[in-house]
Design a protein around this ligand. Structure first.
Ligand code: NDP
Length: 502
């Protein structure tokens, strides 16, 4: 791939049930957050495109034969998708970097993860079993699963290829057709994935990618009667809005939503590991991660030493050009998002926080040339807040850590759980039994002990409370896209006794 920022001179076509053409909506641009330059121009999908994509997806689901393929046949296609992602990994990683500004090191990892997701669901598809349940009469009973039909995926901008793959792979493995609405501002990788899926042999019509505004395109997709499930990743208020629409349709939804995850450092922690883990947990992805460890609780006796080391670590992070292999933190996604992060830091200060480090945009002395137009923000640590402060309770989705000392474990558990969110948590301790008990007491969809932000395709992922509903990943992830059916086979020698047959 050339080293220019513009991916294509021409308007990017979108994928409407396997046909590539310009969307019927308005022209807009995807912007490289590191420089503010244009990455791609495209026409958003229109409401007519949504209708056409869903109608044709429904037809393809019924007629393409995909749902009827044997599991190993669908698996072969999913393995081919994984292979094609790997063959095009560097190009995809560069495009992902341009589309959302993450560092190249991280986008390479995202691409590898997406390939792994297709491989995992290919394997999972081959190994799924229906069950024969104990019969309670003259019949054999089975519990089987059927693909739902047309399902929708709505994804955010922070890790596009990963979020898209986590929904496309299990939906295809299940035998469904999928209509994907990526975040308006990061459409490129969803379109790339659709091309790869087609090239790998997914029948035409089964995949659509419809970029555009969530409030228009996402809303229309969610409300459409032929859409049988929505798998959503994004903010909690959007998730609740979609869930209300789903309730009217009696449609199942899965929701991967926001977080304000506690990280707890006990006095017996290995401090080198804990400092490295806390820095990675909050500042990788510039904090734009649902699982960011954004609330830090440190045992009082080690608080000062830990914060000194953490502050030195935050100041040493390499923030800047996402195209460099050595860069650890790129920009925030947009100017308006950086404004929102700035407002949260101001709010924190008005609530009584002191800024231990950071608290500003990255100065032009650290950003050369075009990068001075990028949306960079310093890794920031706030101290002196109570867990009740809004800054400690609300999701900032940026490189801002709220650090608090804790006195005893009972208070720690109470405060760690005192949040509307319950997505993830981190524990740093050398005491295996203590860490285990704390891990069981913390309310969260994922708990990391002496590590952070490690994710495996085979481990179900999701949140409690305002952090979500349902689980993605794991073998059972395919069942999200299937309906369960009980089947009874009569083995009676005689007709059922109820009727008065002579
Ligand atoms: P949003 O909720 O704003 O957007 C997510 C997606 O929903 C976008 O595609 C958006 O479209 C779409 N959308 C917006 N309004 C509607 C609507 N009325 N109907 C249907 N779709 C709609 O979240 P962000 O993009 O700002 O993403 C950040 C959030 O995502 C954070 O809260 C983060 O924690 C969460 N997240 C959760 C993860 C998890 O696994 N738990 C993982 C990653 C992020 P558009 O933006 O194009 O208008």
């Amino acid at each position: 791939m050339k080293s220019t920022t513009l991916i294509s001179e021409k308007l990017l076509p979108i994928c409407i049930a396997g046909e590539w053409r310009l969307g019927g909506g308005e022209v807009y641009e995807s912007i490289y957050p590191a420089t503010g330059e244009v990455v791609a121009r495209l026409c958003a999908a229109s409401l007519a495109d949504v209708e056409e994509a869903i109608q044709r997806a429904h037809k393809a689901f019924l007629t393409s034969g995909w749902a009827k393929k044997l599991p190993h046949e669908r698996a072969t296609v999913l393995f081919r998708i994984a292979q094609l992602i790997r063959e095009n990994a560097e190009e995809l990683a560069q495009k992902q970097r341009l589309d959302n500004g993450k560092s190249i090191k991280e986008t390479r990892a995202l691409v590898a993860s997406a390939a792994g997701t297709f491989q995992f669901f290919g394997a999972a598809c081959e190994t799924l079993e229906d069950s024969i349940t104990p019969s309670r009469g003259d019949y054999v009973t089975m519990s089987v699963h059927e693909p739902m039909g047309v399902v929708a995926a709505i994804t955010p901008w922070n890790s596009p290829i990963v979020s898209d793959a986590q929904k496309m792979a299990p939906a295809l493995a299940a035998g469904c057709a999928i209509v994907l609405k990526p975040a308006e501002i990061t459409p490129v990788l969803a379109l790339e994935l659709a091309r790869i899926c087609q090239a790998a042999g997914v029948p035409k019509g089964l995949i659509s990618v419809l970029p555009g505004k969530g409030s228009v395109i996402g809303d229309a997709i969610t409300k459409h009667p032929l859409v049988k499930r929505v798998s959503f990743t994004g903010g909690t208020s959007t998730g609740k809005h979609i869930a209300r629409i789903a309730a009217e349709k009696m449609m199942p939804v899965s929701m991967e939503l926001g977080g304000k995850s506690p990280t707890m450092v006990l006095e017996d922690a290995d401090l080198d590991h804990a400092v490295a883990g806390v820095l990675y947990g909050i500042f990788s992805s510039s904090g734009q991660s649902c699982i960011a460890g954004s609330r830090l609780f440190v045992a009082e006796p080690i608080y000062d030493e830990f914060l000194s080391r953490l502050t030195a670590g935050a100041r040493a992070l390499r923030v800047g050009d996402p195209s460099q292999d050595t860069t650890q933190m790129g920009p925030l996604i947009s100017s308006s998002h950086r404004n929102s992060v700035e407002r949260y830091v101001e709010l924190g200060v008005s609530e009584g926080a002191s800024i231990r480090t950071g608290g500003s945009r990255l100065g032009n002395d650290r950003l050369l040339g075009k990068l001075s137009n990028g949306y960079f923000y310093e890794p920031t640590i706030l101290e002196g807040l109570s867990n009740k402060a809004r800054t400690a309770q609300e999701e900032i989705f940026g490189p801002v850590l709220v650090a608090m000392p804790f006195k005893d474990e009972a208070t720690l558990i109470e405060e760690a759980n005192d949040s509307v969110y319950a997505l993830a948590a981190g524990i740093w301790s050398r005491d295996f039994k203590r860490a285990w008990k704390l891990g069981r007491a913390v309310q969260a969809g994922t708990v990391w002990i002496n590590t952070y932000k490690q994710l495996s395709s085979s481990t179900p992922f999701g949140g409690w409370r305002d952090s979500g509903l349902g689980r993605e990943k794991g073998r059972a992830g395919i069942f999200q896209y299937m309906e369960q059916k009980g089947m009874y086979w009569g083995t009676n020698e005689m007709p059922l006794p109820w009727a008065n047959l002579s």
